[in-house]
Design a binder for this molecule. Structure first.
Ligand SMILES: NC(=O)c1ccc[n+]([C@@H]2O[C@H](COP(=O)([O-])OP(=O)(O)OC[C@H]3O[C@@H](n4cnc5c(N)ncnc54)[C@H](OP(=O)(O)O)[C@@H]3O)[C@@H](O)[C@H]2O)c1
Length: 310
C-alpha cells in the first residue's frame, strides 16, 4: 500500500483523533489538553468536518495545528450540500481559512450524494488535487459499490481514492463484509469512526441516567438502540473488569486486534475520557480474550451466498 504521509513525509500512527466534539461538548481547554495528549501518544492525524459544530471544530483545530507540516489534517465536505463542483470549492476554501492551512491533507466526501453525477464530483476533487489544495481524496459512509464506481471514475481522471471512513466497532461490523475487502484490494487506508460506539462501549449506559450522547442525541440512541448491543457492552465491561482495565481500553484494543490495518479515529470530550482510549493502543489482548469479546456480537453474514460450499 502507498501509505499516506504528512507533508513533511512522516508516516501516520495507526490511530487518528477526531475533533467532532470540539466547540460542542469539548471546550477550548479540553481540546488543548486532548491535542497535547494525542501528540504525546504519537498521534499526528486529526479528523474534522466542515459541518461539525458550525465550523468551530475546524477553527479550533486550525488554532492548534495551523500549517504544521508534521501534522496531518483531514476534513470532509458535502454532507448537507450536494457534492457539486461549486459547493466543493466553496466548502474547501472556507475549511482552509478556518483550519489556517493552505493545503488540506485529506478531503473526504462526507457521504454519497445520489443527486450529483459522480463524474462532476470527482472532476472537482481531481482539479483541487492538481491545484495542490488537497493532497489525498477520501470517501465516508459509502457502500462498497459506490467506492468502486467512484474509484473507476477517479482512475479515468488520473487520481484515486486514498481513504475510506466508515463506522466500525464491536457492535457495528458491517464494514467487514465488503468495505474491508474492497480497501485491501484497492490499497485504500481505512480510518474507522466511532470505535466506542458513540460511548456505548465504555459501559456507562448500563446504568440509568448516564450522561452522554446516547442519552441526548436521538440519532445515536437509534443507531445503538438494539438490546443485544447493550448486552454486548455489558459483556465487554465484565471482561474488562476481569482484566482490571476500563472497558474503553478493551474496546479500542479489540478493534486494533480485529482489524490491525484499520486506523481507529479516537474521540472524547475531555482528557480524562480520552486517556483509556489512548491506553487501548498499547494493550495486546490474548487470543482467548479476543475471541470471547468477538463472540459478544454476531459476525455479519458474507456478501454472497453458497459460502458454505467453499
Ligand atoms: N464520517 C462520519 O460520518 C463520522 C461520524 C461520526 C464521527 N466521525 C469522526 O470520528 C470521530 C470519532 O467518532 P465518535 O466520537 O463517534 O467516537 P466514539 O469513540 O465512538 O465516541 C466518543 C464518545 O464516547 C464518549 N466517551 C469517550 N470516552 C469515554 C469515557 N472514557 N467515558 C465515558 N464516555 C466516553 C464521549 O461521548 P459523551 O461524553 O457524549 O458520552 C465521546 O465523545 C469523530 O470525532 C469524528 O471525527 C465521523
Amino acid at each position: 500500500m502507498t501509505a499516506m504521509t504528512t507533508q513533511g513525509g512522516a508516516p501516520l500512527a495507526p490511530a487518528a483523533y477526531g475533533t467532532m466534539q470540539w466547540g460542542g461538548t469539548a471546550d477550548r481547554a479540553a481540546a488543548q489538553a486532548m491535542f497535547a495528549n494525542c501528540l504525546d501518544a504519537g498521534i499526528t492525524h486529526f479528523d474534522t468536518a466542515h459541518l461539525y459544530t458550525e465550523g468551530r471544530s475546524e477553527e479550533m483545530l486550525g488554532e492548534l495545528a495551523g500549517a504544521r507540516d508534521d501534522l496531518f489534517v483531514a476534513t470532509k465536505a458535502a454532507y448537507d450540500q450536494p457534492a457539486t463542483a461549486a459547493n466543493l470549492q466553496t466548502s474547501v476554501d472556507l475549511s482552509r481559512r478556518r483550519l489556517q492551512r493552505d493545503v488540506i491533507d485529506l478531503l473526504y466526501l462526507h457521504r454519497f450524494d445520489p443527486t450529483t453525477p459522480l463524474d462532476q464530483t470527482f472532476a472537482a476533487l481531481a482539479s483541487l488535487q492538481q491545484a495542490g489544495t488537497i493532497r489525498y481524496i477520501g470517501v465516508s459512509n459509502f457502500a462498497a459499490w459506490q467506492v468502486m464506481k467512484a474509484q473507476g471514475i477517479a482512475a479515468g481522471l488520473g487520481t484515486r481514492i486514498d481513504a475510506l471512513q466508515p463506522m466500525m466497532n464491536l457492535v457495528k461490523r458491517q464494514v467487514e463484509v465488503e468495505l474491508l475487502p474492497v480497501a485491501a484490494d484497492q490499497d485504500i487506508q481505512v480510518c474507522a469512526y466511532s470505535p466506542l460506539g458513540g460511548g456505548l462501549l465504555t459501559g456507562k449506559y448500563a446504568v440509568t441516567g448516564a450522561d452522554g450522547r446516547l442519552a441526548f442525541d436521538d440519532r445515536y440512541a437509534a443507531r445503538y438502540g438494539q438490546g443485544w448491543m447493550h448486552e454486548a457492552a455489558v459483556g465487554l465491561a465484565e471482561i474488562a473488569a476481569g482484566l482490571g482495565v476500563p472497558a474503553t481500553t478493551v474496546a479500542v484494543a479489540w478493534l486494533r486486534r480485529h482489524a490491525p490495518q484499520v486506523h481507529p479515529i479516537l474521540s472524547a470530550r475531555s482528557a480524562d475520557q480520552l486517556a483509556p482510549s489512548l491506553a487501548g493502543l498499547d494493550l495486546t489482548l490474548d487470543a482467548a480474550t479476543y475471541e470471547a469479546i468477538t463472540a459478544l456480537s454476531p459476525t455479519p453474514p458474507p456478501a454472497t451466498d453458497r459460502i458454505e460450499e467453499a
